[in-house]
Design a protein around this ligand. Structure first.
Ligand SMILES: Nc1nc2c(ncn2[C@@H]2O[C@H](COP(=O)(O)OP(=O)(O)OP(=O)(O)O)[C@@H](O)[C@H]2O)c(=O)[nH]1
Ligand SMILES: [Zn+2]
Length: 350
């Protein structure tokens, strides 16, 4: 089939789809090194054989043991094997969180296990095979693509990003509803339940890229990078929510009104917008992809803490990030403190 994704070797492109790929699964009692270890072991009632397969060093060893004891395969194996494989794939792609997002990202391409020696699970090398593994993966992909958090954001691709504070990993996402692109920058590694230092940073072209002193964004972004580099691990979710969600040109219109005396909230409202249009629920999908469930959030904005908690993210600590106060942004910061509830030690009156 044209534009199919052919996979087989774990080290090759799309190798993460292979049952030999090094992603552990836990069946509630035991952790198995790979899907192949789990699958081969389910063939047998004899617990000695199961133990030998469980401890085998590689998936190839597990596969060979499954062949070696072929005479002792349970009599009902042929009826059971599809259910066993489906359960194994469900565990693999939901317990290894990024994998589920990678699987969904393969849409709409057909998935084919290009296995010359296997015309049941694979395509038999020339397409005559049943490709049952590819079909189970496509069924799971369809299921995940309509299930939170996989349907909140679509992972697209990752790349390295050398910065002034070290080499970060950049992960690109697309909001399936709006098409808006978002970026997450990660540094270092973390375990699943470890609290991670993060920043939800809303895009501010003027502050982040044009060195504006009208706001505190650019200083906060630099501080977020510094803090993460200092700690050694962390993530910056760079959210395309320019202008608190009203966009760049409307923000310039709002600035124009502020040049004539309005404050940052009055200007939004004069343009017919609420003070803050930003939504954060899609961040749950990004944090799920990054395997982050507990955060130390760098923010002065209580709404971001509330939004993440409502999205089921455990905000264990708020880390203040008061940076870049100056004569040009003191009115803006005062308005954020008095009208938007930001936790700022702002010195100047409105
Ligand atoms: N509409 C509007 N948006 C502004 C104005 N000044 C800055 N912004 C936007 O406000 C947002 C600031 O985002 P952040 O710094 O991530 O968040 P915050 O809500 O200030 O809270 P912190 O996390 O404490 O920084 C950016 O999208 C800016 O473009 C303004 O006067 N009007
Ligand atoms: Zn700004």
């Amino acid at each position: 089939m044209e534009n199919s994704i052919l996979f087989y070797e774990p080290e090759a492109p799309y190798g993460f789809l292979s049952n030999f790929a090094p992603f552990p699964i836990n069946d509630g009692a035991v952790t198995w090194k790979t899907v192949e270890h789990f699958y081969q072991a389910q063939k047998f009632n004899d617990q000695n054989i199961v133990a030998q397969i469980h401890h085998s060093r590689t998936p190839a060893d597990a596969y060979a043991l499954g062949r070696e004891f072929n005479e002792q395969v349970r009599v009902d194996w042929h009826q059971r094997k599809e259910t066993v494989m489906r359960d194994a794939l469900q565990m693999k792609f939901t317990q290894n969180q990024a994998l589920g997002h990678w699987l969904v990202a393969t849409r709409p391409h057909p998935l084919v296990e290009h296995a010359f020696k296997d015309d049941y699970w694979g395509d038999g090398g020339d397409g005559h095979g049943k490709n049952r593994l590819g079909k189970l993966l496509m069924n799971l992909r369809q299921e995940l693509s309509i299930t939170p958090p996989y349907n909140l954001i679509h992972f697209i691709e990752s790349a390295n990003l050398p910065t002034d504070w070290g080499i970060f990993n950049m992960h690109g996402f697309e909001d399936p509803d709006t098409g808006i692109e978002h970026v997450a920058l990660t540094f270092g590694n973390w375990k699943k339940d470890e609290p991670v230092l993060i920043r939800l940073h809303s895009e501010c072209l003027t502050g982040d890229a044009l060195f504006s002193r009208r706001c505190d964004c650019g200083s906060q972004l630099r501080r977020a990078f510094q803090n993460i580099a200092q700690v050694g691990t962390g993530a910056i979710l760079y959210l395309r929510q320019e202008g608190r969600g009203i966009g760049l040109l409307n923000k310039i219109r709002a600035y124009h009104l502020q040049d004539q005396g309005a404050d940052t909230v009055e200007a939004n409202e004069a343009l017919g917008f609420a003070a803050d249009l930003r939504q954060y629920d899609f961040c749950r999908g990004i944090l799920h992809y990054l395997n982050i469930s507990k955060v130390k959030l760098m923010t002065n904005n209580p709404k971001k803490v509330k939004a993440l908690r409502e999205a089921g993210i455990n905000v264990v600590e708020r880390v203040p990030i008061q940076e870049g106060q100056n004569i040009f942004n003191e009115r803006y910061l005062s308005a954020k403190a008095t009208k938007l509830g930001h936790m700022l030690d702002v010195i100047a009156p409105i």
